[in-house]
Design a protein around this ligand. Structure first.
Ligand code: NAP
Length: 324
C-alpha cells in the first residue's frame, strides 16, 4: 500500500509501505479520505509521538470502505461505508483499527463529509458532556471557536441547549461561529476575553470551558468559571505553564481537567463512540448537525494542507483525499 512518510527533513512523501496486520477485534478500511489535525502537525515536527502500539503513520480519522474484518468482529461486513477514530495510520491506503471505533457514514454524506466527523465531534462530546458533565441550559466558553473542534462543539452545545461564548482570531471567524449557533464571542487579538465573558454570562460566569490554549488563558479562565465549574484543557497552543489562584479554585470548587482522546484505552474510546452513535449520529441525518469542511487537498499535497492549518486561517476541517 501507499502511505505518507515523514522524511528526515520533515517533508512528507507518498510512498510504498507495508500493509498493517489485522487483529482479531479489528477491521481493515480501504481509506478514501482522511483529515489534518493539529496533532498531525505536532507529530510531524517530532513533538507528539504516537501512543504505544499505534501506527507511526499520521492520521487520526478516516472514511472509506471495510475491506476485511478480524475473526471476532461481527458488527461490520466487507463493503460497509464507514468512518473511524484512529490512534494513527489514516494517511495510508489501508488502516486497521478496533471495530468499536468505527461508525457508519450518515445517510446522504460522502467520504469527505464523513471524515470531518470522528475526531472533532468525539473530542467535543467527550470533554463537554462526559467529563465536564455540562447540563442543559448551562453556559460554556469554547476557545478557538472556529477550529475543527470548536465548530463541532458549537453545534453540539446548541443541540443540547447550552448557550456558548467563543473566542476566535478575527471578525469573519466570529461571524461564522455565530451563524453556527454561538451566542456571544470575542476576537482574541482585541485584548482579554474576561470582560466580554462577564458581560455575556453575568457575574456568576460559566459552567464549563473547553480550552485548547492553556497557559496564557489559565487565570482568566478560572475567573470566568461559576461555582462547581469545569475547565477542560485539551491543548497547549498558548503555552504549558500559567498562574493558578488556588484560593479561587478551592472556594468555587472548580475542577481543572487535563484531557487527551488519542491515548485513551480501546474501551474508553469505544464508550465515547457508542455515545456518539446513540446521541450524536441521528442528528446528522436529521440535519441538526453538519460537517464543517474548510477545504480538501489530494493526499500528495498534504504538506500544503498542513501549511494552511498552521496559518490559523481555517474554519472547520481540512480534508485529504486519496487517489481513487
Ligand atoms: N486533547 C485532545 O484529545 C484533543 C483532540 C483534538 C484536538 N485537540 C486540540 O484542540 C485544538 C483544536 O484542534 P483542531 O484540529 O480543531 O484545530 P484547528 O482547526 O487547526 O484550529 C486551531 C485554531 O486555534 C487557534 N489558535 C492557534 N494558536 C492559538 C493561540 N496561541 N492562542 C489561541 N488560539 C490559537 C486558531 O484560530 P483563531 O486564530 O481563530 O483563534 C486556529 O485556527 C488543538 O489545540 C488540538 O491540539 C485536542
Amino acid at each position: 500500500m501507499k502511505a505518507i512518510v515523514i522524511e528526515s527533513d520533515k517533508s512528507l512523501s507518498w510512498q510504498e509501505q507495508p500493509e498493517p496486520p489485522l487483529g482479531a477485534d479489528q477491521v481493515a478500511i480501504a481509506v478514501r479520505t482522511t483529515a489534518v489535525n493539529r496533532a498531525d502537525l505536532m507529530q510531524r515536527a517530532g513533538l507528539y509521538p504516537p501512543p504505544p502500539g499505534a501506527s507511526e503513520i499520521l492520521g487520526l480519522e478516516c472514511a472509506g470502505e471495510i475491506k476485511a474484518v478480524g475473526t471476532s468482529v461481527s458488527q461490520w461486513q466487507v463493503g460497509d461505508r464507514v468512518c473511524a477514530l484512529l490512534a494513527g495510520g489514516g494517511y495510508a491506503e489501508t488502516v486497521v483499527c478496533h471495530a468499536d471505533h468505527v461508525l457508519p457514514i450518515p445517510a446522504g454524506f460522502d467520504f469527505i463529509q464523513a471524515t470531518a466527523l470522528p475526531e472533532v465531534f468525539a473530542t467535543a462530546w467527550m470533554n463537554l458532556f462526559m467529563l465536564a458533565e455540562l447540563q442543559p441550559g448551562q453556559k460554556a466558553i469554547l476557545h478557538a471557536g472556529a477550529s475543527g473542534v470548536g465548530t463541532a462543539a458549537i453545534q453540539l452545545c446548541k443541540a443540547q441547549g447550552n448557550p456558548v461564548f467563543v473566542t476566535v482570531g478575527d471578525q469573519a471567524k466570529l461571524d461564522s461561529c455565530m451563524a453556527l449557533g454561538a451566542d456571544g464571542g470575542h476576537v482574541r487579538t482585541e485584548g482579554d476575553f474576561e470582560t466580554a465573558v462577564k458581560e455575556w454570562a453575568g457575574k456568576t460566569g460559566v459552567a464549563a470551558i473547553l480550552d485548547p490554549v492553556g497557559g496564557n488563558y489559565l487565570e482568566q479562565n478560572i475567573r470566568c468559571l461559576d461555582t462547581d465549574g469545569s475547565l477542560v484543557i485539551i491543548g497547549l497552543m498558548g503555552g504549558r505553564t500559567g498562574s493558578l489562584d488556588l484560593g479561587r479554585l478551592l472556594v468555587k470548587r472548580i475542577r481543572v481537567i487535563g484531557s487527551t482522546l488519542r491515548s485513551r484505552s480501546d474501551a474508553a474510546k469505544a464508550a465515547v463512540i457508542a455515545q456518539m452513535r446513540e446521541q450524536v449520529w441521528p442528528r446528522f441525518e436529521q440535519g441538526i448537525l453538519k460537517p464543517i469542511v474548510h477545504s480538501t487537498f489530494p493526499i500528495d499535497q498534504a504538506s500544503q494542507a498542513f501549511d494552511l492549518v498552521a496559518s490559523n486561517q481555517t474554519t472547520g476541517k481540512v480534508i485529504l483525499e486519496l487517489p481513487s
